[in-house]
Write a protein that binds this ligand. Sequence first.
Ligand SMILES: *Cc1c(COP(=O)(O)O)cnc(C)c1O
Length: 560
Amino acid sequence: MENLNIRALFPSDDGNLQQRNHFIELVKQIVEGVDDLKDPEAVHLKGNKERGQHFYRELTASSRIPDSGSPQDQVNEELLKLLHGHPYHTKYFLTNILPMASTPGILGMLTAFMVNGNNLWDVYGPAGAEAEVRVVAMMSDLVGYKPSESGGYTTWGGQGAIFTGLRIAINKHDPSIKKAGVPHNLYAFCSEAAHYSLFKSMEATGLGTNNLIKVRTREDSSMDTQDLEAKMEHVILRGGVPVYIVATTATTDAMGIDNIEEIAAAAETLTAKYGMRKPHIHADSALGGFFAFFNDYDFEGNPLQIGEETLTALAAIRERMRHLRLADSLCFDFQKLGQTPYSTSLFLVKQASDLKLVDLEPDETPYVGHRGYGDYHTSYTLECSRMGSSISILSALLAFGAEGYRKLLAQFVDVNIAFRKRLAAEVPEAVIVNAGNPGIITLFRLYTDRKNGYAAEYEGIRTKAEIERENKLNEMLFEILGRDRDKMFFGDTKKHLYVPTADRAGDVALYASKLFVISPYTQTSDVHAIVDFLKLKITETYAAYERLATKEKEHEKILV
Ligand SMILES: *Cc1c(COP(=O)(O)O)cnc(C)c1O
């Protein structure tokens, strides 16, 4: 392409019709190309993708930058091939918190891309700064923070929020740590069911994962506050300082919701007793925080005419979510239930002044900010340049409104309730093990005798070997569901709940399969087909298990 016009690779600078049409045609090609790949009865886009054993190695060997570029319509064809066989969020996409990006979310991103501002400084990215301030105020108001006092910014995931919470917690303990480095007697706490983000953050801050104390969970997967108190006291008596507590609201597996009110009270009482500063409490509300949309829903009048059982479930969730405002910081992963593309996570602090603790001094920022011009400089973020992802969040909040989010979440809960009922009626051997947690996730577990052995496991009257045998059976179901995930895509977990063992062989985690309702296209009318499918797979699992058990018995005979 010798006479390549390099400017043709960019949007226009004058808004001319010819370049605009060219751009729109190219976007249309992508959108139409994806539509051609869709099949609402499948869970993946059409197209074959042979991913042999050496797939990535072969890619590495064959991928080099072309010397001359290709026309974008040809590149588009190449891009569309990437999407062949890609998971897609149809009604049978039930695997995990992997949402579809909504149209408002995508258009918000597109808007941000059209000017490509740098959200680091409002002189470079005024649109991002404006949107960020607006969404921080909106979400602060939603959880009951005072928008005039709170602060926040968009960041790299719920994990980034947990990490920043820890940075703040450490600096709250002693601001000189910024220069002197971390002492080794600082401790953080979270439940056994918490996300591994805190584990990673402990490593990354240099505190070390040994200083992360895991607190037992109750049967509903929420933190056992008595155990928290006991473990905090233990740390204090040995010269440690509790600086950070992560309260998970809600857990990614069982939708367990920690009681922040109890946690805050326990932390306060205990640290007051020893004349210490109260630890920083971060609500890991990455996933569940969106249920705060029901905090001020009129449950009596029920204007959305939500069904009675779903309403009861939502009221139970609200009972925990209304305490979010007691946390010192929290997070909304808009890329999860906020219906926007990756990565659009929002970190909020109750007191904006907390961000000062992790900020840079003016003489450490020679290129940007701290000038007579510009009023918004995010020198406290761990990123330097930042995308204007708040524009996508703003778009979604304006287009859905509180009502849109409520409707969508209520639908997810509706489907779960219908699923639980039908599963119990049609496949009673699949025991629902998070029955106490209403919401968008249902966990179910099989037992070799086809009876409900869950209570016995929870009470600790099963031996390690017995629990492991049940786990093995459930793992076989994981494999069968995984193999057939092209038809319906379920999730699973190997860490539902830690239970004590009768033979005192330590706590053992229970395995469970997972139905995660995340697609707006999954409706209660689909539950029938979903349970029928599961029934077949569960029958196959028992048959495979029995074959295996017979074989093992024969093997034992030979050994004898
Ligand atoms: C998803 C999730 C995280 C991690 O968030 P990322 O956005 O993937 O970084 C942390 N905690 C909880 C409870 C989550 O659901």
